[in-house]
Design a protein around this ligand. Structure first.
Ligand code: HEC
Length: 135
């Protein structure tokens, strides 16, 4: 009985197996957000209440210079007691906890927003905010 000729010799198979494995591994870049998509999220979900530059107070405080700012510290903004006393320093990590569920992270905040629920949305928005709010 003739065996079918092997089209892929042993070492070739190993190479293919390695390639397949590499393709299945999570790629490092995927965890980081896409600022271009994040801009769209901001315009749809945040911009009616927040500016990213300057000192225009809308329904919410300006996010100008947000990264490194302490929560509740925009001068003269009428924060809730909850936000005024939360003592959070805004950065990628704290925003990643706040934005998907604002009232879960700062109970009794008066920010009237349910949270970003779609996977990747918060990461994209944070990547956008990191540059858009920089002074
Ligand atoms: C309906 C208006 C509204 C929307 C929509 C909204 N916010 Fe807010 N936001 C507020 C208000 C009001 C506060 C102040 C909350 C408080 O005092 O409890 C606030 C507070 C914040 C703070 C804390 C600021 C500080 O000075 O400590 C951040 C950060 C923030 N919002 C980001 C966002 C982002 C990003 C979005 C979009 C995903 C968003 N907000 C959507 C009204 C809004």
């Amino acid at each position: 009985m003739a065996r079918a000729p092997e089209s892929v010799p042993g070492p070739g198979r190993v190479r293919i197996a390695v390639l397949v494995t590499l393709c299945l591994l999570p790629r490092p870049g995927l965890a980081e957000g896409d600022p271009a998509k994040g801009e769209g999220v901001f315009l749809n979900r945040c911009s009616e209440c927040h500016a990213t530059q300057g000192d225009q107070v809308k329904i919410g405080p300006p996010l100008t210079g947000l990264f490194g700012r302490t929560s509740g510290s925009w001068p003269g903004f009428p924060y809730s007691q909850a936000m005024a006393t939360a003592g959070i320093v805004w950065d990628a990590e704290s925003l990643a906890q706040f934005l998907p569920n604002p009232r879960g992270f700062v109970p009794q905040t008066k920010m009237n927003f349910n949270g970003l629920k779609r996977p990747g949305e918060a990461e994209d928005l944070i990547a956008y905010l990191a540059t858009a709010t920089a002074e």
